[in-house]
Design a protein around this ligand. Structure first.
Ligand code: ADP
Ligand code: MG
Length: 370
């Protein structure tokens, strides 16, 4: 165990997830060094030190690893060579294999398939000659770049098989996964934390609403068919076990129009849809990330109150729809901002955690605030 109080932890990536990791770590007395090539990385504002270097800079990486007791990631899109370099020098959690799979949609989908877990119909498109076999899945479809996609970025609609070559061109002929576009009844996510040795804790299932590929809001408790939570738990646990996972793992699910649960994707880190846990649970997903990393016992995940997490996108700034007064005056609204200087459309600037007596009351409050 890395004793709380003085040790330095490292985080690769300095977005808002990294920022909230730093905040959780500092409550347990850990200092955090952040490694991110972006000079404006939100996590750098709160970190003890910011390595503002390219991920390929081995000298800087070596200095980073030499100063920290353990390293984690705030996003999976850190080059595998960087992760491998760090893993050779210092404790890296989650482990290399989990990160390798999670950063490539092709590997991720094949991994789910190997475990016998259902996904939407898909085909792997790594080169031109894959088009013919890929055209056999049901259309319309979505071509998703294998790497670097987030918030619906790196995704191209493919209405029919004949449009696949053009879509592939539009994606820059990058390796990709072609997925059938299904009618979604609902979307869920499940976040777990697992410590070395296998002890696992789960957060309650989250119900997610997306808009244009970006998470709009999340509600807990989720409104779900009876059999769904047990299935989601079993699948998420199977994934975590197969990876011998240590850390926080988020798993995204689809419920199709026939009420079947399907796996969408996983994230080897805290997740946007888990931000409710900061204000509505005994311990947050970031608290667990710290604990799993250093080897402290995991905390209780119990929900203290129904909650709605509303993302605040840059659009609100650009369209002049910010109402600090109303948000801050509301007794059950917690405002979280990431300190990003520039508002852009679709950019996550912060979020609100709206606590309420019930799921329905949380929805009503959210409606009244926007
Ligand atoms: P990201 O890495 O950007 O989160 P996702 O694969 O989760 O990528 O896609 C983002 C959102 O787009 C999903 O949450 C869902 O709302 C929608 N979506 C993705 N894939 C499909 C699909 N096969 N059918 C229907 N909707 C989809
Ligand atoms: Mg997603």
């Amino acid at each position: 165990m890395i004793q709380p109080g003085a040790a330095i932890l490292g985080v690769l990536g300095g977005g808002q997830l990294g920022q909230m990791f730093v905040q959780a770590a500092s409550r347990l007395g850990y200092g955090v060094w952040v490694y991110d090539p972006d000079p404006d990385a939100p996590a750098a504002q709160v970190a003890a030190r910011h390595f503002c270097q390219p991920f390929a800079d081995q000298g800087a990486l070596a200095a980073f690893c030499a100063g920290v007791a353990a390293v984690t990631v705030e996003r999976e899109q850190v080059p595998l060579s960087t992760l491998t370099f760090c893993a050779g020098r210092v404790r890296l959690r989650p482990g290399l294999e989990a990160l390798r799979i999670a950063q490539d949609r092709r590997l991720e989908k094949q991994f789910f398939q190997r475990l016998g877990l259902p996904t939407v119909p898909f085909a792997i498109v790594s080169e031109d000659r894959d088009h013919q076999s890929a055209a056999r899945i049901p259309f319309p479809a979505i071509l998703k770049s294998a790497q670097d996609g987030y918030d619906g970025k790196g995704q191209v609609n493919v209405p029919s098989a004949s449009e696949l070559p053009a879509a592939w061109e539009q994606l820059g002929k990058r390796p990709a996964v072609l997925e059938s576009r299904i009618t979604l009844q609902q979307e869920f996510s499940l976040i777990l934390a697992r410590e070395r040795g296998g002890m696992t804790v789960f957060y309650p299932l989250v119900e997610n609403r997306h808009r244009q590929g970006i998470l709009d809001y999340s509600i807990v408790p989720a409104h779900v068919p009876e059999n769904i939570p047990a299935q989601a738990h079993a699948w998420a646990l199977a994934i975590a076990k197969a990876l011998d996972y240590v850390g926080v793992l988020a798993v995204e699910f689809f419920l199709d129009s026939e009420g079947r649960l399907l796996l969408n994707e996983m994230a080897p880190r805290p997740h946007n849809s888990g931000h409710f846990s900061i204000d509505a649970c005994v311990h947050s997903q970031f608290d667990q990330q710290v604990r799993a990393l250093v080897g402290l016992p995991l905390g209780e995940t119990r929900l203290l109150s129904p909650v709605l997490m509303q993302n605040l996108l840059g659009d609100l700034w650009l369209d002049d729809k910010i109402d600090w007064e109303a948000w801050l005056r509301h007794p059950q609204v917690k405002v979280h901002l990431y300190g990003k200087k520039e508002a852009r459309r679709g950019r996550k600037m912060g979020h609100l955690n709206i606590l309420a007596e019930s799921r329905e009351a949380a929805l009503r409050t959210a409606e009244s605030l926007f």
